[in-house]
Design a protein around this ligand. Structure first.
Ligand code: NAD
Ligand code: TYD
Length: 361
Protein backbone atom coordinates (compact mmCIF):
# COMPACT_ATOMS: atom_id res chain seq x y z
CA UNK A 1 0.00 0.00 0.00
CA UNK A 2 2.84 2.35 -0.67
CA UNK A 3 2.37 5.84 -2.02
CA UNK A 4 -1.25 6.30 -0.94
CA UNK A 5 -2.89 9.51 0.20
CA UNK A 6 -4.70 9.16 3.53
CA UNK A 7 -7.07 11.91 4.66
CA UNK A 8 -7.18 12.05 8.47
CA UNK A 9 -9.83 14.11 10.29
CA UNK A 10 -8.89 15.37 13.76
CA UNK A 11 -5.18 14.95 13.06
CA UNK A 12 -4.19 17.78 15.40
CA UNK A 13 -5.70 16.03 18.43
CA UNK A 14 -4.18 13.46 20.77
CA UNK A 15 -4.73 10.21 18.82
CA UNK A 16 -5.03 11.82 15.37
CA UNK A 17 -1.60 13.42 15.69
CA UNK A 18 -0.08 10.06 16.71
CA UNK A 19 -1.63 8.54 13.57
CA UNK A 20 -0.35 11.37 11.34
CA UNK A 21 3.17 11.19 12.81
CA UNK A 22 3.20 7.42 12.37
CA UNK A 23 2.08 7.51 8.73
CA UNK A 24 4.73 10.08 7.82
CA UNK A 25 7.50 8.42 9.85
CA UNK A 26 6.69 4.90 8.58
CA UNK A 27 6.82 5.18 4.83
CA UNK A 28 5.92 6.89 1.64
CA UNK A 29 2.20 7.45 2.20
CA UNK A 30 0.96 11.04 2.23
CA UNK A 31 -1.38 12.60 4.80
CA UNK A 32 -3.97 15.33 4.48
CA UNK A 33 -4.93 16.46 7.99
CA UNK A 34 -8.39 18.08 8.18
CA UNK A 35 -8.92 19.73 11.54
CA UNK A 36 -11.02 22.61 12.84
CA UNK A 37 -8.46 23.33 15.58
CA UNK A 38 -10.77 23.31 18.60
CA UNK A 39 -9.41 23.77 22.15
CA UNK A 40 -8.27 20.10 22.05
CA UNK A 41 -6.09 20.57 18.96
CA UNK A 42 -2.46 21.54 19.05
CA UNK A 43 -0.31 21.96 15.97
CA UNK A 44 2.73 21.51 18.23
CA UNK A 45 1.74 17.80 18.31
CA UNK A 46 2.80 17.74 14.65
CA UNK A 47 6.08 19.60 15.06
CA UNK A 48 8.12 16.39 14.44
CA UNK A 49 6.73 16.13 10.88
CA UNK A 50 6.03 19.81 10.09
CA UNK A 51 7.34 20.74 6.65
CA UNK A 52 7.54 17.12 5.46
CA UNK A 53 6.60 17.04 1.76
CA UNK A 54 4.12 14.20 2.39
CA UNK A 55 2.12 16.20 4.92
CA UNK A 56 -0.63 18.76 4.18
CA UNK A 57 -2.89 20.59 6.62
CA UNK A 58 -6.40 21.87 5.87
CA UNK A 59 -8.17 23.88 8.54
CA UNK A 60 -11.84 22.94 8.13
CA UNK A 61 -14.94 21.95 10.08
CA UNK A 62 -16.29 18.50 9.20
CA UNK A 63 -19.80 19.94 9.69
CA UNK A 64 -19.18 22.03 6.54
CA UNK A 65 -19.90 19.42 3.88
CA UNK A 66 -19.08 21.82 1.04
CA UNK A 67 -15.62 22.58 2.40
CA UNK A 68 -14.91 18.88 3.00
CA UNK A 69 -16.10 17.99 -0.53
CA UNK A 70 -13.78 20.59 -2.01
CA UNK A 71 -10.82 19.22 0.02
CA UNK A 72 -11.58 15.67 -1.15
CA UNK A 73 -11.72 16.79 -4.79
CA UNK A 74 -8.46 18.68 -4.50
CA UNK A 75 -6.40 16.03 -2.64
CA UNK A 76 -7.95 12.86 -4.15
CA UNK A 77 -7.29 10.64 -1.10
CA UNK A 78 -7.21 6.85 -1.38
CA UNK A 79 -8.61 6.42 2.13
CA UNK A 80 -10.22 8.41 4.94
CA UNK A 81 -9.59 7.94 8.67
CA UNK A 82 -12.22 9.78 10.73
CA UNK A 83 -11.04 10.80 14.20
CA UNK A 84 -12.40 14.35 14.53
CA UNK A 85 -14.75 14.51 17.50
CA UNK A 86 -15.54 16.15 20.78
CA UNK A 87 -14.01 13.57 23.10
CA UNK A 88 -14.31 14.38 26.81
CA UNK A 89 -17.14 12.85 28.85
CA UNK A 90 -17.16 15.57 31.56
CA UNK A 91 -17.47 18.30 28.91
CA UNK A 92 -20.31 16.37 27.26
CA UNK A 93 -22.16 16.41 30.58
CA UNK A 94 -21.59 20.15 31.06
CA UNK A 95 -22.49 21.05 27.45
CA UNK A 96 -23.75 18.35 25.09
CA UNK A 97 -24.52 20.61 22.09
CA UNK A 98 -21.04 20.54 20.53
CA UNK A 99 -20.97 16.74 20.88
CA UNK A 100 -24.26 16.34 19.03
CA UNK A 101 -23.15 18.76 16.34
CA UNK A 102 -19.62 17.53 15.65
CA UNK A 103 -19.94 13.83 16.42
CA UNK A 104 -23.33 13.25 14.77
CA UNK A 105 -23.97 16.05 12.25
CA UNK A 106 -20.25 16.29 11.41
CA UNK A 107 -20.00 12.55 10.78
CA UNK A 108 -23.12 12.74 8.57
CA UNK A 109 -21.67 15.62 6.54
CA UNK A 110 -18.35 13.81 6.17
CA UNK A 111 -20.10 10.58 5.09
CA UNK A 112 -22.10 12.43 2.42
CA UNK A 113 -19.01 14.17 1.08
CA UNK A 114 -17.08 10.86 1.17
CA UNK A 115 -19.89 9.05 -0.67
CA UNK A 116 -20.01 11.69 -3.44
CA UNK A 117 -16.25 11.44 -3.74
CA UNK A 118 -16.26 7.61 -3.68
CA UNK A 119 -18.79 7.57 -6.53
CA UNK A 120 -16.45 9.74 -8.61
CA UNK A 121 -13.70 7.08 -8.39
CA UNK A 122 -13.35 4.06 -10.64
CA UNK A 123 -11.22 0.96 -11.16
CA UNK A 124 -8.69 -0.20 -8.54
CA UNK A 125 -8.83 3.12 -6.64
CA UNK A 126 -12.56 2.65 -6.06
CA UNK A 127 -12.07 -0.99 -5.07
CA UNK A 128 -9.35 -0.14 -2.54
CA UNK A 129 -11.14 2.90 -1.03
CA UNK A 130 -11.88 2.78 2.72
CA UNK A 131 -13.72 5.03 5.17
CA UNK A 132 -12.34 4.10 8.60
CA UNK A 133 -14.43 5.38 11.50
CA UNK A 134 -12.56 5.60 14.80
CA UNK A 135 -14.80 5.08 17.81
CA UNK A 136 -14.80 4.18 21.47
CA UNK A 137 -15.69 1.19 23.65
CA UNK A 138 -17.94 3.57 25.63
CA UNK A 139 -20.74 3.00 23.05
CA UNK A 140 -21.31 -0.42 24.68
CA UNK A 141 -22.22 1.07 28.05
CA UNK A 142 -21.08 -0.10 31.45
CA UNK A 143 -19.97 -3.55 32.68
CA UNK A 144 -20.19 -4.99 36.16
CA UNK A 145 -16.95 -6.38 37.60
CA UNK A 146 -17.69 -10.01 36.66
CA UNK A 147 -19.24 -9.40 33.23
CA UNK A 148 -17.41 -10.72 30.18
CA UNK A 149 -15.62 -8.01 28.17
CA UNK A 150 -17.18 -6.19 25.22
CA UNK A 151 -16.93 -8.04 21.90
CA UNK A 152 -17.97 -6.98 18.38
CA UNK A 153 -21.47 -8.45 18.91
CA UNK A 154 -22.13 -6.60 22.19
CA UNK A 155 -25.32 -4.52 21.92
CA UNK A 156 -24.94 -0.74 21.96
CA UNK A 157 -25.97 0.81 25.30
CA UNK A 158 -24.38 4.27 25.58
CA UNK A 159 -25.08 6.21 28.77
CA UNK A 160 -23.32 9.60 28.52
CA UNK A 161 -23.90 12.39 25.98
CA UNK A 162 -20.40 11.65 24.62
CA UNK A 163 -20.93 7.90 24.20
CA UNK A 164 -24.46 8.42 22.83
CA UNK A 165 -23.13 10.82 20.19
CA UNK A 166 -20.34 8.37 19.24
CA UNK A 167 -22.86 5.49 19.11
CA UNK A 168 -25.03 7.57 16.76
CA UNK A 169 -22.01 8.22 14.55
CA UNK A 170 -21.19 4.48 14.47
CA UNK A 171 -24.76 3.75 13.34
CA UNK A 172 -24.56 6.38 10.61
CA UNK A 173 -21.29 4.91 9.32
CA UNK A 174 -22.76 1.39 9.30
CA UNK A 175 -25.88 2.67 7.51
CA UNK A 176 -23.82 4.42 4.81
CA UNK A 177 -21.90 1.18 4.31
CA UNK A 178 -24.99 -1.01 4.20
CA UNK A 179 -27.34 1.25 2.22
CA UNK A 180 -25.03 3.12 -0.15
CA UNK A 181 -22.15 0.64 -0.43
CA UNK A 182 -19.53 2.99 1.02
CA UNK A 183 -16.65 0.64 2.01
CA UNK A 184 -16.52 1.38 5.74
CA UNK A 185 -14.56 -0.20 8.55
CA UNK A 186 -15.07 0.62 12.24
CA UNK A 187 -12.91 0.30 15.32
CA UNK A 188 -13.90 0.77 18.97
CA UNK A 189 -11.00 1.31 21.34
CA UNK A 190 -10.53 1.52 25.08
CA UNK A 191 -8.97 4.48 26.96
CA UNK A 192 -5.76 5.81 25.43
CA UNK A 193 -2.86 7.40 27.28
CA UNK A 194 0.56 8.73 26.33
CA UNK A 195 2.32 11.89 25.12
CA UNK A 196 0.35 14.93 23.86
CA UNK A 197 -2.89 14.09 25.71
CA UNK A 198 -4.82 17.21 26.65
CA UNK A 199 -4.62 17.69 30.43
CA UNK A 200 -8.36 17.45 31.08
CA UNK A 201 -8.15 13.62 30.87
CA UNK A 202 -7.35 11.54 33.97
CA UNK A 203 -3.69 10.58 33.42
CA UNK A 204 -2.16 13.91 32.33
CA UNK A 205 -4.33 15.76 34.83
CA UNK A 206 -3.05 13.63 37.71
CA UNK A 207 0.59 13.88 36.59
CA UNK A 208 0.44 17.67 36.31
CA UNK A 209 -1.42 18.16 39.59
CA UNK A 210 0.89 15.78 41.46
CA UNK A 211 3.94 17.69 40.21
CA UNK A 212 2.40 20.87 41.63
CA UNK A 213 1.59 19.17 44.95
CA UNK A 214 -2.13 19.70 44.39
CA UNK A 215 -4.85 17.32 45.52
CA UNK A 216 -5.51 14.44 43.10
CA UNK A 217 -9.27 14.23 42.44
CA UNK A 218 -10.58 10.68 42.15
CA UNK A 219 -14.29 10.46 41.34
CA UNK A 220 -16.56 8.47 43.66
CA UNK A 221 -14.78 5.53 45.26
CA UNK A 222 -12.03 5.16 42.65
CA UNK A 223 -13.19 1.60 41.91
CA UNK A 224 -14.30 2.34 38.33
CA UNK A 225 -12.27 0.30 35.86
CA UNK A 226 -10.95 1.27 32.43
CA UNK A 227 -8.79 -0.69 29.98
CA UNK A 228 -5.74 1.39 28.98
CA UNK A 229 -3.87 1.36 25.66
CA UNK A 230 -0.71 3.32 24.85
CA UNK A 231 -1.54 5.79 22.08
CA UNK A 232 1.23 4.67 19.69
CA UNK A 233 -0.10 1.12 19.91
CA UNK A 234 -3.55 2.45 19.02
CA UNK A 235 -2.14 4.37 16.03
CA UNK A 236 -0.45 1.15 14.87
CA UNK A 237 -3.68 -0.84 15.30
CA UNK A 238 -5.63 1.79 13.34
CA UNK A 239 -3.25 1.60 10.39
CA UNK A 240 -3.41 -2.21 10.47
CA UNK A 241 -7.22 -2.04 10.40
CA UNK A 242 -7.19 0.58 7.63
CA UNK A 243 -4.88 -1.45 5.42
CA UNK A 244 -5.94 -5.04 6.13
CA UNK A 245 -9.38 -4.86 7.81
CA UNK A 246 -12.43 -6.18 5.96
CA UNK A 247 -15.03 -3.71 4.68
CA UNK A 248 -18.18 -3.69 6.81
CA UNK A 249 -16.34 -5.14 9.82
CA UNK A 250 -15.95 -3.77 13.36
CA UNK A 251 -12.72 -4.37 15.30
CA UNK A 252 -12.36 -3.86 19.04
CA UNK A 253 -8.98 -2.55 20.19
CA UNK A 254 -7.72 -2.90 23.76
CA UNK A 255 -4.59 -2.87 25.87
CA UNK A 256 -5.09 -5.98 28.06
CA UNK A 257 -4.67 -3.55 30.95
CA UNK A 258 -7.78 -3.22 33.08
CA UNK A 259 -7.03 -0.98 36.08
CA UNK A 260 -9.21 0.79 38.62
CA UNK A 261 -8.86 4.57 38.61
CA UNK A 262 -7.34 4.34 42.08
CA UNK A 263 -4.70 1.90 40.76
CA UNK A 264 -3.90 4.27 37.88
CA UNK A 265 -3.47 7.23 40.21
CA UNK A 266 -1.36 5.19 42.65
CA UNK A 267 0.85 4.03 39.76
CA UNK A 268 1.56 7.66 38.83
CA UNK A 269 2.26 8.51 42.48
CA UNK A 270 4.72 5.62 42.80
CA UNK A 271 6.59 6.66 39.64
CA UNK A 272 6.89 10.22 40.94
CA UNK A 273 8.01 9.01 44.42
CA UNK A 274 10.78 7.03 42.76
CA UNK A 275 11.85 9.96 40.59
CA UNK A 276 11.68 12.57 43.36
CA UNK A 277 12.43 10.83 46.70
CA UNK A 278 13.28 14.17 48.30
CA UNK A 279 10.15 16.03 47.10
CA UNK A 280 8.00 17.64 49.84
CA UNK A 281 5.03 15.92 48.07
CA UNK A 282 6.47 12.40 48.53
CA UNK A 283 4.62 10.13 49.16
CA UNK A 284 2.37 11.57 46.44
CA UNK A 285 -0.43 9.15 47.45
CA UNK A 286 -1.17 11.51 50.32
CA UNK A 287 -2.50 13.96 47.72
CA UNK A 288 -5.27 11.57 46.60
CA UNK A 289 -8.72 13.02 47.37
CA UNK A 290 -12.04 11.31 46.75
CA UNK A 291 -14.40 13.85 45.15
CA UNK A 292 -18.03 13.87 44.01
CA UNK A 293 -18.72 11.18 41.43
CA UNK A 294 -19.32 11.92 37.74
CA UNK A 295 -23.08 11.82 37.03
CA UNK A 296 -23.95 8.48 35.41
CA UNK A 297 -20.33 7.28 35.80
CA UNK A 298 -19.84 4.01 33.88
CA UNK A 299 -18.39 1.37 36.22
CA UNK A 300 -16.21 -0.70 33.92
CA UNK A 301 -15.06 -1.02 30.33
CA UNK A 302 -13.20 -4.13 29.09
CA UNK A 303 -12.30 -5.39 25.63
CA UNK A 304 -12.21 -8.77 23.94
CA UNK A 305 -9.84 -7.96 21.07
CA UNK A 306 -9.60 -11.55 19.74
CA UNK A 307 -10.91 -10.62 16.26
CA UNK A 308 -8.09 -8.13 15.80
CA UNK A 309 -5.55 -10.67 17.06
CA UNK A 310 -6.90 -13.69 15.15
CA UNK A 311 -7.84 -12.03 11.84
CA UNK A 312 -5.30 -9.22 11.53
CA UNK A 313 -2.50 -10.57 13.81
CA UNK A 314 -2.39 -7.37 15.82
CA UNK A 315 -1.62 -7.15 19.55
CA UNK A 316 -0.43 -4.30 21.76
CA UNK A 317 3.32 -4.09 22.37
CA UNK A 318 3.67 -1.62 25.25
CA UNK A 319 2.63 -2.88 28.66
CA UNK A 320 0.88 -0.54 31.06
CA UNK A 321 3.72 -0.14 33.58
CA UNK A 322 6.28 0.71 30.89
CA UNK A 323 3.84 2.97 29.03
CA UNK A 324 3.03 4.85 32.23
CA UNK A 325 6.73 5.43 32.99
CA UNK A 326 7.25 6.73 29.45
CA UNK A 327 4.19 8.97 29.78
CA UNK A 328 5.20 10.48 33.12
CA UNK A 329 8.71 11.05 31.70
CA UNK A 330 7.24 12.78 28.63
CA UNK A 331 5.18 15.20 30.76
CA UNK A 332 8.26 15.93 32.87
CA UNK A 333 10.32 16.68 29.76
CA UNK A 334 7.61 18.65 27.96
CA UNK A 335 6.31 21.21 30.42
CA UNK A 336 6.57 23.78 27.61
CA UNK A 337 3.91 21.80 25.74
CA UNK A 338 1.34 21.57 28.53
CA UNK A 339 1.88 24.68 30.63
CA UNK A 340 0.35 27.13 28.10
CA UNK A 341 -2.74 24.92 27.89
CA UNK A 342 -3.50 25.54 31.54
CA UNK A 343 -3.56 29.29 31.12
CA UNK A 344 -4.31 30.27 27.55
CA UNK A 345 -6.73 27.83 26.02
CA UNK A 346 -8.28 25.86 28.77
CA UNK A 347 -10.41 26.63 31.78
CA UNK A 348 -7.78 26.28 34.47
CA UNK A 349 -10.54 26.13 37.07
CA UNK A 350 -11.33 22.52 36.17
CA UNK A 351 -7.69 21.59 36.74
CA UNK A 352 -7.74 23.54 39.96
CA UNK A 353 -5.17 25.90 38.50
CA UNK A 354 -5.83 29.61 38.37
CA UNK A 355 -6.76 31.32 35.10
CA UNK A 356 -3.11 32.20 34.56
CA UNK A 357 -1.85 28.79 35.63
CA UNK A 358 -1.06 29.93 39.18
CA UNK A 359 -1.50 27.24 41.80
CA UNK A 360 -4.39 27.43 44.22
CA UNK A 361 -5.51 24.78 46.68
P1 NAD B 1 -9.04 14.97 20.94
O1 NAD B 1 -10.16 15.67 21.64
O2 NAD B 1 -7.68 14.99 21.52
O3 NAD B 1 -8.90 15.52 19.44
C1 NAD B 1 -10.03 15.74 18.61
C2 NAD B 1 -9.56 16.50 17.37
O4 NAD B 1 -10.69 16.68 16.52
C3 NAD B 1 -9.01 17.90 17.70
O5 NAD B 1 -7.82 18.13 16.97
C4 NAD B 1 -10.13 18.83 17.23
O6 NAD B 1 -9.68 20.10 16.78
C5 NAD B 1 -10.73 18.04 16.08
N1 NAD B 1 -12.12 18.44 15.83
C6 NAD B 1 -13.11 18.55 16.76
N2 NAD B 1 -14.23 18.98 16.16
C7 NAD B 1 -13.95 19.11 14.83
C8 NAD B 1 -14.72 19.49 13.70
N3 NAD B 1 -16.00 19.85 13.83
N4 NAD B 1 -14.13 19.50 12.49
C9 NAD B 1 -12.82 19.15 12.36
N5 NAD B 1 -12.04 18.80 13.40
C10 NAD B 1 -12.61 18.78 14.62
O7 NAD B 1 -9.56 13.47 20.74
P2 NAD B 1 -8.76 12.10 20.84
O8 NAD B 1 -8.67 11.69 22.24
O9 NAD B 1 -7.53 12.22 20.01
O10 NAD B 1 -9.79 11.12 20.11
C11 NAD B 1 -9.79 10.97 18.70
C12 NAD B 1 -10.91 10.03 18.29
O11 NAD B 1 -10.70 8.77 18.92
C13 NAD B 1 -12.29 10.50 18.71
O12 NAD B 1 -13.18 10.19 17.66
C14 NAD B 1 -12.60 9.69 19.96
O13 NAD B 1 -13.99 9.50 20.09
C15 NAD B 1 -11.87 8.41 19.65
N6 NAD B 1 -11.40 7.65 20.84
C16 NAD B 1 -10.68 8.28 21.82
C17 NAD B 1 -10.21 7.55 22.91
C18 NAD B 1 -9.38 8.19 24.00
O14 NAD B 1 -9.07 7.54 25.00
N7 NAD B 1 -8.96 9.44 23.86
C19 NAD B 1 -10.48 6.18 22.99
C20 NAD B 1 -11.21 5.56 21.96
C21 NAD B 1 -11.65 6.31 20.89
P1 TYD C 1 -11.28 10.27 31.47
O1 TYD C 1 -9.80 10.39 31.29
O2 TYD C 1 -12.10 11.52 31.49
O3 TYD C 1 -11.77 9.26 30.33
P2 TYD C 1 -13.22 8.52 30.15
O4 TYD C 1 -14.24 9.24 30.93
O5 TYD C 1 -13.43 8.61 28.68
O6 TYD C 1 -13.01 7.10 30.62
O7 TYD C 1 -11.56 9.49 32.82
C1 TYD C 1 -11.02 8.21 33.06
C2 TYD C 1 -11.60 7.71 34.37
O8 TYD C 1 -11.07 8.53 35.42
C3 TYD C 1 -13.11 7.83 34.46
O9 TYD C 1 -13.61 6.71 35.20
C4 TYD C 1 -13.33 9.11 35.25
C5 TYD C 1 -12.12 9.16 36.17
N1 TYD C 1 -11.63 10.52 36.53
C6 TYD C 1 -11.36 10.81 37.86
O10 TYD C 1 -11.55 9.98 38.77
N2 TYD C 1 -10.88 12.06 38.16
C7 TYD C 1 -10.67 13.01 37.21
O11 TYD C 1 -10.26 14.16 37.54
C8 TYD C 1 -10.95 12.69 35.84
C9 TYD C 1 -10.77 13.70 34.73
C10 TYD C 1 -11.43 11.41 35.53
Amino acid sequence: MSGKTILVTGGAGFIGSAVVRRIIECGDDRVVNVDKLTYAANLANLAPIEGHPGYAFEKADICDGGAVGEILKRHQPDMIMHLAAESHVDRSIDGPADFIHTNIVGTYQLLQAALDYFRSLDGPRKEAFRFHHVSTDEVFGSLEMNDPPFNPDTAYAPRSPYSASKAASDHLVQAWGHTYGLPVVLSNCSNNYGPYQFPEKLIPLIIIRALAGRNLPVYGTGENVRDWLYVDDHADALLTILKTGHAGETYLVGGNAERSNMDVVRTICAILDEKFPGSPHTPHENLITLVADRPGHDMRYAIDASRLRDELSWEPTINFEIGMKQTVEWYLQNQAWWEPLLSERYDGERLGLGANGSKKQ
